[in-house]
Design a protein around this ligand. Structure first.
Ligand SMILES: Nc1ncnc2c1ncn2[C@@H]1O[C@H](COP(=O)(O)OP(=O)(O)O)[C@@H](O)[C@H]1O
Ligand SMILES: [Mg+2]
Length: 345
């Protein structure tokens, strides 16, 4: 059984519980050289360099407590990977602060490196031409994991992820899902206290996605490892994370419980009505809101939040209703609309 130490820091003899991850006004601007095409560009570049700036992360702040599993959500290009790279010390922030377990990641202290891991779904970190087992063994050596710990972790993880029988297979011959499982194992051998997972289920089939998802959830519960996870699959986020931090265009737009996303961004609810004796004309229904579906037996209406009560009362009194149901718009749809920057309904 793997456990991690609690995040405590002693300050003047008092034990303070500090957030394990502290991000304050963190920004990253990428500067790339603008070049005109051809010789003119090359010549001009010598004398007068022009740069294009991409504000990838723009003043983001959040704290994460030890043991939390937080979803980091945002559309493509929102700045998620850039943030995780800054938290891992791969990238230097342009401004602002990042502290993880009291370390400043960009200082790249070995002591820090031994206590966190970054797994990127789109990047292979294992040795391509080695059997999985040897790739894992190299990681053990790099991190100075003891033989006993290695054996125990390997045994447990390969069992949980059902990849024991694949230990002898070359990494490049594994399926994407199998490889991802070994990537996870490799990153957990040194039992990091903080784990950054960047799209760990990207491109995987549904079964592998589910396996990995369940493993992450269980691992977080058992070991209290702090996990910050990005995924653009809402299934992952919904299954794993109570709390989400949402970013768009490099800015944080939401931080809180996942269900609260709907309350915050969705201005409508869905009313589903089942009719007793045949349907109602779309014109009659349109008076209450947007008609999403309308058959002889059932209609689905999208009604502004503040009008739901009045609308349902009127529907009940006006039509021959068998059943009526009021629901929130699915989180997935709400988030999608928020990302598109359009009117969230
Ligand atoms: N090395 C880089 N040089 C220039 N721009 C980059 C670089 N990496 C990412 N970007 C840009 O920064 C923004 C954020 O990218 P990224 O952090 O990868 O977003 P996400 O992981 O949310 O998809 C995007 O506009 C992307 O094109
Ligand atoms: Mg990314």
């Amino acid at each position: 059984m793997i456990t991690n130490r609690p995040a405590e820091s002693t300050h003047k003899g008092i034990q303070l519980l500090m957030p394990i991850i502290e991000v304050g006004n963190l920004s990253k601007i990428y500067r790339t050289q603008k070049r005109l095409p051809g010789l003119a560009g090359a010549v001009q570049g010598l004398f007068n360099r022009q740069y294009t700036e991409v504000r990838a992360v723009d003043g983001v702040s959040f704290n994460i407590e030890e043991g939390e599993l937080v979803g980091f959500l945002g559309p493509n290009g929102a700045g998620k990977t850039t943030t995780l790279k800054m938290l891992s010390g791969i990238l230097y922030p342009t401004s602002g602060t990042a502290r993880v377990m009291g370390f400043t990641p960009s200082e790249r202290k070995n002591e820090y490196r031994r206590q966190f891991a970054l797994v990127m779904g789109q990047k292979n970190q294992l040795w391509w031409d080695l059997p999985a087992q040897e790739s894992l063994f190299l990681n053990k050596e790099i991190y100075g994991v003891s033989d006993a710990d290695y054996k125990e972790t390997l045994e447990e993880m390969t069992e949980l992820l059902q990849v024991k029988h694949l230990l002898g297979i070359m990494v490049r011959e594994l399926s994407l899902g199998e490889r991802m499982k070994f990537e996870l194992i490799a990153s957990l051998l040194h039992r990091p206290r903080v784990l950054f997972l960047d799209e760990p289920t990207i491109g995987l089939d549904v079964v592998a996605q589910k396996n990995i998802r369940e493993f992450i959830k269980d691992y977080n519960r058992r070991t209290k490892t702090t996990i910050l996870l990005t995924s653009h699959y809402m299934n992952d986020i919904q299954a794993l994370c109570d709390r989400v931090v949402v970013i768009n265009h490099g800015k944080k737009i939401f931080d809180g419980r996942l269900e609260a996303v709907v309350e915050r961004f969705s201005q409508a609810k869905l009313i589903t009505v089942a009719f007793k004796n045949g349907g109602v004309s779309p014109e009659q229904l349109a008076a209450f809101g947007k008609v999403l579906e309308n058959t002889k037996v059932k209609a689905v209406l999208q009604v502004p939040r503040e009008e739901v009560k009045k609308a349902s009362n009127e529907i009940l009194s006006r039509f021959d209703v068998d059943d009526i149901n009021i629901e929130e718009v699915p989180i997935e749809e709400v988030i999608e609309k928020v990302f598109k920057g359009g009117e969230s309904s």
